[in-house]
Design a protein around this ligand. Structure first.
Ligand code: DAT
Ligand code: MG
Length: 154
């Protein structure tokens, strides 16, 4: 839809490696609108809720340890625009960077499935859940319209 939103997170490896600007730039240049952003070391509880669907998987503990380690923060964001949930998954690329298509973020910047730089919601329902989890307080999301929005959305 015209005002769909998704949750995007640069993971600690992406932050350490100085990829935050590059990643934000790709979303900005595509025509998406940033409506929330923060840098934080997530609590264990937040990370476990975020990845709750994967809690029975063998890599779950390592995944939560890595996201919450504090060696580097994550940068959590909400992006808005036309078809942003599906389009951002395409921009991000396959979970395993070795299978990601050239031009995608994971292909461009990673070679390890466990250090694949970025997270993006995979459906409308997960976007709703994740946005609420990370940006659940009133005022966390900014409603605004870029002056060139009509040129992007025509
Ligand atoms: P995605 O991040 O593409 O949505 P996912 O939701 O299946 O992928 O898994 C979440 C993260 O968990 C993924 O980005 C990296 C990690 N992960 C997934 N499969 C893994 C595996 N087989 N070994 C190690 N880490 C894995
Ligand atoms: Mg996922």
């Amino acid at each position: 839809t015209e005002s769909e939103r998704t949750f995007i997170m640069v993971k600690p490896d992406g932050v350490t490696r100085g990829l935050v600007g590059e990643i934000i730039s790709r979303f900005e240049k595509r025509g998406y609108k940033l409506v929330a952003i923060k840098s934080l070391v997530p609590s264990r509880q937040l990370a476990e809720q975020h990845y709750g669907d994967l809690r029975t998987r063998p890599f779950f503990k390592g995944l939560v340890n890595y996201i919450t380690s504090g060696k580097a923060p994550v940068v959590a964001m909400v992006w808005e625009g036309r078809d942003v949930i599906r389009q951002s998954r395409a921009m991000i690329g396959a979970t395993n960077p070795l299978e990601a298509v050239p031009g995608t973020i994971r292909h461009a910047f990673s070679i390890s499935i466990g250090r694949n730089v970025i997270h993006g919601s995979d459906s409308f329902d997960s976007a709703e859940k994740e946005i609420g989890l990370w940006f659940g307080k009133p005022g966390d999301l900014v409603s605004w319209e870029p002056v060139n929005w009509n040129w992007i959305m025509a």
